[in-house]
Design a protein around this ligand. Structure first.
Ligand code: FAD
Ligand code: SF4
Length: 470
């Protein structure tokens, strides 16, 4: 039996869940990967070698007990696997869908060297989706309730993860968000072909069942002041994300027909979820020649949303080569399959047009010496200018922190880049300059990943529990 187990990875190759055909999915805002069935999940999980050194666990930012829950799945014990996976992750079904596994857990899998990594992300998604559908809910029966309560600003992954750990330790979290639904960028950013919105509505029901309270459509600093929160609660956690859009700094960015990525994606979500206040807010790419500038996850999501809106053509221009793109490999492949045309080593220098955008002027680049982050700097090739014709341009250059007006008076310090200073290595992890206020996620790290926001929200909750002496 043991021998058979050890060589499972030879007999059974890596198999990702089936993907909808590109010709079908490019017209639909639905997740493109199907679910594993029970047999497939078990045989794929059984491929895990249970190697003595689970690098996957170390590479996973929340340090999931991966080999342990893979073993439970291979034995058909999905409820025990769900219980275990929730000990380290507050949103396992989300991470299973949107983590760049090739750079994290699966990239570190021993089998990644030739045999094909274990499909860790798909197994994680399978565990939670299946357990929740079977009626499994986190066991709160042993929680000893305290009289403490904490305000959480932001219902994104950082805030939700913080609230999850707090409530499991008997502290009442009340989560405020200016949006009408929980999730932060999981709902108002990441499109449905990567993460269907029903995943977050189901998770909201689970969290509410655990005792987390949500106050939505409520902006702190406008509808409720930070002073009120500090008076009414024992501590405050901020997980407010980064919402300043980076600009290219070249001429023509203000022309009609040029849009920032996030308002574009949000307008599509608002239309589809019926949150749209004014039909004029909807940005429609139907029939247009679209140029997307950027090479990260946001750019990929813009590309693939424009395809689904039936753009006439979608061209993505990126200033480095394909190997140096920051976006997940898997999503770049998906975009290519769906008909996005990529132009690598192209740097935009101007958006041109009379009264509205008519094209993007780009120059070709080659990669030079590494910069301070170790990434090779693009250098312009003289005389390589060309114009990409465009009716619409989407700018996806990333996000910069957006510090709130009240940071100064509340003694919340920020660094030169605008990120809130709240460190892990201090007596109360993730405490800010104001002892009663903690912070985590994109607003502390700069824009990053769902799973790193979850990791920080959870560690900050531990810091808050220590601070409250719970
Ligand atoms: P957010 O998710 O931004 O949540 C912050 C919340 O705080 C928001 O809901 C906001 O409304 C609320 N808020 C802010 N200020 C206030 C206030 N004053 N009062 C009340 N509420 C407030 N990561 C991945 O791992 N995989 C991906 O595939 C991926 N794709 C992405 C695609 C796009 C288009 C974008 C933009 C990001 C993507 N990311 C992806 C990154 C990931 O979404 C973020 O790193 C993560 O959501 C950060 O979590 P957070 O909780 O810190 O902030
Ligand atoms: Fe992999 Fe992300 Fe799951 Fe960790 S949370 S095991 S990195 S998919």
């Amino acid at each position: 039996e043991r021998l058979k187990n050890d060589f499972q990875f030879v007999d059974v190759g890596r198999k990702d869940p089936n993907k909808l055909a590109a010709s079908t999915r490019k017209h639909q805002f639905v997740e493109i990967y199907e679910n594993f069935g029970e047999t497939e999940a078990a045989s794929q999980s059984h491929r895990c070698l249970e190697c003595g050194n689970p690098y996957c666990e170390w590479k996973c930012p929340v340090h999931n007990f991966i080999p342990n829950w893979l073993k439970l799945v291979s034995e058909g014990n999905v409820l025990a696997a769900a219980e275990l996976s929730h000990q380290t992750n507050s949103l396992p079904e989300v991470c299973g869908r949107v983590c760049p596994q090739d750079r994290l857990c699966e990239g570190a899998c021993t089998l990644n060297d030739g045999f094909g990594a274990v499909t860790i992300g798909s197994a994680e998604k399978y565990i939670t989706d299946t357990a929740l559908a079977m009626g499994w809910r986190p066991d709160m029966s042993k929680v000893k309730w305290t009289d403490k309560k904490v305000a959480v600003i932001g219902a994104g992954p950082a805030g939700l993860a913080c609230a999850d750990v707090l409530v499991r330790n008997g502290v009442k979290p009340v989560v405020y968000d200016r949006y009408p639904e929980i999730g932060g960028l999981l709902t108002f950013g990441i499109p449905e072909f990567k993460l269907e919105k029903s995943v977050m509505t189901r998770r909201r029901e689970v969290f509410e069942g655990m005792g987390i309270e949500f106050r939505l459509n409520c902006e702190i600093g406008k509808d409720v002041s930070i002073e009120t929160l500090l008076q009414e609660y024992d501590a405050v956690f901020m997980g407010m994300g980064t919402y300043n859009y980076m600009k290219g700094g070249f001429p023509g960015e203000e022309l009609p027909g040029v849009y920032d990525a996030l308002p574009y994606l949000i307008s599509n979500v608002n239309r589809r979820l019926d949150y749209e206040k004014n039909p004029e807010d909807f940005i429609d790419m139907k029939g247009q020649r679209v140029v997307v500038l950027g090479g990260g996850d946001t750019a990929m999501d813009c590309n693939r949303t424009a395809i689904r809106q039936q753009a006439k053509s979608v061209t993505c221009a990126y200033r480095r080569d394909e190997a140096n793109m920051p976006g997940s490999r898997k999503e770049v492949e998906n975009a290519k399959e769906e008909g996005v045309k990529f132009l690598f080593n192209r740097q935009p220098v101007a958006i041109i047009g009379e009264d509205k955008v008519e094209g993007v002027k780009v120059v070709q680049t080659t990669l030079g010496e590494p910069d301070e982050n170790g990434r090779r700097r693009p250098e312009v090739i003289p005389g390589s200018e060309e114009v990409l014709p465009a009716d619409a341009v989407l700018i996806a250059f990333g996000f910069r922190p957006s510090p709130a007006e009240w940071f100064d008076e509340q003694k919340i310090e920020i660094d030169n880049g605008g990120r809130v200073i709240a460190r892990e290595e201090q007596s109360y992890p993730f405490q800010t300059g104001n002892p009663k206020i903690f912070a985590g996620g994109d607003m502390v790290r700069g824009s990053d990943l769902v799973v790193t926001a979850i990791a920080e929200g959870r560690k900050a909750a531990d810091g808050i529990l220590d601070y409250l002496e719970v």
